[in-house]
Design a protein around this ligand. Structure first.
Ligand SMILES: Cc1cc2nc3c(=O)[nH]c(=O)nc-3n(C[C@H](O)[C@H](O)[C@H](O)COP(=O)(O)O)c2cc1C
Length: 365
C-alpha cells in the first residue's frame, strides 16, 4: 500500500539520483529485461510510481502486430515506438528509459528510435556503447547511460566519448555478474571473481568519477539488490541509485506471461544457473527442460530468425540455440521451449505483488 512517505518521496537520508536532466522521485531504476519481460506495462508502472521505468528494446517486433514474418527490423522499430507511447500514456510525467543491447544487429536503429520516440534515458549494455552520442546527437536532453562491470570499461568509454564527442556519460550502471540476470558482462571465469563485485567496483568507480573526471555523475548499482537493506548497502558504497531486475518480474505489471513468473515463484537456489549464450557471453537463467535439451543438442526446430545478433554462435556454428526464439517462447509462457533469464534472487520471489508494493517496501520506514 502507498503511504504518505512513499507518495512524496520524503526521505532526506536517501540520495537524489540525477541522470542528466532527469531526476526520479526515488533512486531506483527498473532494469531493462528482454525479450518483452519489461515492455510498456512494467516500465509505465515503475515510471508512474516514481522510479525510472525501462523498456528492453531487443526483438520487441516479434510479438507485435507489425511483424509479418519478413520484416523483423522494421517491426522492432514500430513496436518500440508503440511501447514508448503506451508507457508514456501510463506515466505522462514519469521517467522512461530504453535498454539497448550493443550486441544486436539493429542496435543503432533502436537507439535512434528510442530518442525519436520520447525516451528520457538510454541505457546500453551487452557491449561498450562507443558511438552512442553520435546516434543521439539531435536529442541533447536524452541522458546516456552505459552499463559496465569494471572501471576499465568505464574508462574506455569516457576516453572515446570525450575525444570524439566532447561529452561524458550521464551516469554509469555498474552491474555485478555474480548476481545479475540475463547476459553478464564478464568472462565465464570472472563471473564470481571478487574483483567484479559491487563492493569492489562501486567505490572504485565513484572515486574515478570524482578524482579523475572531477564531475558529479551517479553510479547506479545493479545485481542482487532486493531489499531496503541491500539498497542502503549500495548507497553506503557510494552509489546514488540502484537498478533492480529480478524483483520486478513477480509483479502484476511485468509484461511476461504468468507461466514465466511461476518459474520464479517455484525456483530454489539450486535452480538458478549460469548458461553459455550464443551471444558469446555467460548468462543467468532458471533451470528447465529447455536447458536440459540444449545441453544434448541444438533444438531441431530452431533456425536463425533474422540475423538479430552481430556475432551469434548459433548462426555461425550451429552452437547452442537461437536466442531470439528461446527468449520469445519464454515470455509467451512456453517455458519448456524457452530460456527463462533471472538473477540469483529469483528464489526470493514468493508471490506476485504490485509495483507500488515494491516501492512501499523499499521506501517506507
Ligand atoms: C529476465 C531478465 C532479462 C534481462 N534482459 C536484459 C536486457 O535485455 N538487457 C540488459 O542490459 N539487461 C538485462 N537484464 C539485466 C537487468 O536489467 C538487471 O540489470 C539485472 O538483472 C539486475 O540484477 P537483479 O536481477 O539481481 O536485480 C535482464 C535481467 C532479467 C532478470
Amino acid at each position: 500500500m502507498m503511504n504518505k512517505d512513499v507518495s512524496t518521496g520524503n526521505n532526506p537520508s536517501l540520495p537524489v539520483l540525477k541522470i542528466g536532466k532527469h531526476t526520479p522521485r526515488f533512486p531506483v531504476v527498473q532494469g531493462g529485461m528482454g525479450i518483452r519481460v519489461s515492455a510498456h506495462r512494467l516500465a509505465g508502472a515503475v515510471a508512474k510510481a516514481g522510479g525510472v521505468g525501462t523498456i528492453a528494446s531487443v526483438a520487441l517486433g516479434l510479438a507485435s502486430k507489425h511483424y509479418t514474418g519478413k520484416n523483423y527490423f522494421e517491426a522492432n522499430k514500430m513496436a518500440l515506438t508503440d511501447e514508448l507511447t503506451w508507457a508514456r500514456q501510463a506515466a505522462p510525467d514519469g521517467i522512461l528509459a530504453v535498454n539497448n543491447m550493443v550486441a544486436i544487429t539493429d542496435y543503432e536503429d533502436m537507439v535512434r528510435t528510442s530518442a525519436e520516440s520520447g525516451a528520457n534515458v538510454i541505457i546500453c549494455g551487452a557491449g561498450l556503447p562507443m558511438q552512442l552520442p553520435e546516434f543521439t546527437k539531435d536529442f541533447p536532453d536524452v541522458a546516456l547511460v552505459p552499463i559496465v562491470s569494471s572501471v576499465k570499461a568505464a574508462r574506455l568509454i569516457v576516453r572515446k566519448w570525450e575525444k570524439a564527442y566532447g561529452r561524458i556519460p550521464d551516469a554509469f550502471v555498474m552491474e555485478a555478474p555474480s548476481t545479475a540476470g540475463g547476459h553478464l558482462g564478464a568472462k565465464p571465469e570472472e563471473v564470481y571473481s571478487p574483483e567484479f563485485t559491487l563492493e569492489a567496483v562501486v567505490p572504485e568507480l565513484v572515486e574515478y568519477i570524482a578524482s579523475e573526471l572531477k564531475v558529479d555523475i551517479p553510479v547506479i548499482a545493479a545485481g542482487g539488490i532486493w531489499s531496503r537493506e541491500d539498497m542502503l548497502a549500495a548507497f553506503a558504497l557510494g552509489a546514488k541509485g540502484v537498478q533492480m531486475g529480478t524483483r520486478f518480474v513477480c509483479t502484476f505489471e511485468c509484461d511476461a506471461d504468468d507461466a514465466f513468473k511461476q518459474m520464479y515463484l517455484d525456483a530454489t537456489e539450486k535452480d538458478v544457473e549460469l548458461i553459455k549464450s550464443p551471444v558469446g557471453l555467460p548468462g543467468r537463467a532458471i533451470h528447465n527442460k529447455f536447458l536440459e535439451d540444449v545441453a544434448i543438442a541444438p533444438p531441431a526446430k530452431h533456425k536463425c530468425v533474422a540475423n538479430c545478433l552481430k556475432h551469434c554462435g548459433f548462426k555461425v556454428g550451429k552452437q547452442g540455440f537461437c536466442i531470439a526464439t528461446a527468449l520469445s517462447a519464454a515470455h509467451k509462457g512456453d517455458i519448456d521451449h524457452g530460456l527463462v533469464f533471472s538473477g540469483s534472487n529469483a528464489p526470493l520471489c514468493t508471490k506476485i505483488v504490485s509495483v507500488e508494493d515494491i516501492f512501499a517496501d523499499l521506501f517506507t520506514g
